[in-house]
Design a protein around this ligand. Structure first.
Ligand SMILES: Cc1cc2nc3c(=O)[nH]c(=O)nc-3n(C[C@H](O)[C@H](O)[C@H](O)COP(=O)(O)OP(=O)(O)OC[C@H]3O[C@@H](n4cnc5c(N)ncnc54)[C@H](O)[C@@H]3O)c2cc1C
Length: 349
């Protein structure tokens, strides 16, 4: 029987980052993950956007989250030998004078100047898109390559013989006096990081999971050379592969399954055609469910009745920015006994 400090269920961005921070605490981890092309981390653009919504407000705790995310992804780039964190400003279309006025008013507010420019520099968007009324530009934003992160980390886990690539069978998880038995493993603690599948977890399904489906297109736009991200109803996000862009996304609370739909595709193509003045080719059409939570705060904490059984989930629409900070917070709670922030602790339910 192999002993590990932690069994981590799920290796999206949540499980990956938690495993990373627990290993940094010198803990032994074993991950159980059934890779799915419908995992949110495989479909997301990984945008980190400090200014969101129609009212241009700062995202929750962004002053702490963004610097922490940048440091963590840079560390992981070094450790894994891949590029994950791409700093990219976001050009935001302002459709009329009211939006422009609201934007300009916001840029003058304390705490906002560092994130917002009143004048946007369009670069090649000026020649390849239909010009709109006006634009603002967001700084300190980024695109994180979550598929590359999870793939490179999975390869590291394989080299360490620290991953089982199958679905977790909870009927085989046995509670013992000194932790858990699962197959050949004896684990002191189990942490569930299953994204939207957390809703089916027999121990945590009581939590108020939401679930919001998102569809995206990966397109090729030859010679557009977009470096920045553009938000014009949908996002256009440059990807690491030359001429490839992520176009997304839809947002649906009601859905039948995680598969892409014709309706989603035509919505996205229409939004792209509304703005793009260049030929494009659709390469892939993908979909996934975001692990959203009713109160829009992550799920961290221990099961109310079973000691040593934990959850780290609920990263919702913002796994790229929330993941590093809260995975670190969770690891510090598990290893150093630091109290969980009540805003994210599942005791709030
Ligand atoms: C269309 C779309 C666009 C998005 N865009 C952004 C964005 O721009 N910026 C941003 O920050 N966030 C974005 N998100 C949200 C982001 O993707 C999520 O917050 C994040 O990926 C959630 O990560 P996770 O690890 O919790 O879940 P997931 O990525 O879903 O990973 C869960 C993993 O657990 C595995 N698993 C589940 N159950 C089991 C089991 N029983 N046994 C074994 N393995 C299991 C799954 O196969 C999967 O590998 C987007 C999401 C979508 C869908």
């Amino acid at each position: 029987m192999q002993h590990v400090d932690y069994l981590i269920i799920g290796q999206g961005v949540a499980g990956t980052l938690l495993a990373h921070f627990l290993q940094a605490h010198q803990c032994s981890v074993h991950v159980v993950d059934a890779y799915s092309e419908h995992a949110a981390s495989q479909v997301a653009a990984g945008i980190i956007n400090p200014i969101t919504g129609r009212r241009y407000v700062k995202s929750w705790r962004v002053d702490d989250l963004i610097p922490f995310a940048r440091t963590t992804y840079r560390e992981l780039e070094q450790a894994l030998g891949v590029r994950i964190f791409h700093e990219r400003n976001i050009i935001r279309t302002l459709f009329n004078s009211r939006e422009e006025n609201d934007w300009l008013a916001r840029t003058a507010e304390p705490g906002y100047q560092q994130y917002m420019l009143d004048q946007a520099v369009l670069d090649s968007y000026a020649t390849h898109t239909l010009l709109a009324y006006s634009y603002g530009e967001v700084t300190h934003s980024a695109q994180t390559d979550l598929p590359t992160l999870t793939r490179a980390f999975r390869e590291k886990l394989r080299r360490e013989d620290a991953i089982t690539e199958t679905k977790m069978d909870y009927s085989q998880l046995q509670l013992a006096a000194d932790g858990f038995r699962y197959g050949n493993f004896h684990a002191d603690r189990v942490v569930c990081c299953e994204g939207a599948w957390g809703e089916q977890n027999p121990f945590f399904s009581y939590l108020p999971f939401g679930g919001a489906k998102g569809e995206v297109l990966i397109v090729r736009i030859p010679d557009a050379d977009f470096e920045k991200i553009m938000k014009h109803r949908v996002f256009i996000v440059p990807l690491a592969t030359q001429d490839h862009y992520w176009i997304g996304s839809t947002y649906d609370w009601k859905y039948e399954g995680p598969e892409p739909t014709e309706k989603g595709r035509s919505y996205l193509e229409q939004r792209l055609k509304d703005i793009l003045q260049a030929p494009y080719e659709v390469l892939y059409h993908r979909a996934a469910i975001r692990p959203t939570v009713k109160d829009r705060r992550p799920f961290l904490g221990q099961h109310p009745e079973i000691d040593n059984l934990y959850i780290f989930n609920g990263l919702g629409t913002k796994g790229a920015s929330l993941g590093p900070y809260w995975a670190h917070h969770m690891a510090a709670h598990l290893q150093e006994g630091k109290p969980l922030d009540p805003e994210v602790d599942i005791w709030r339910f």
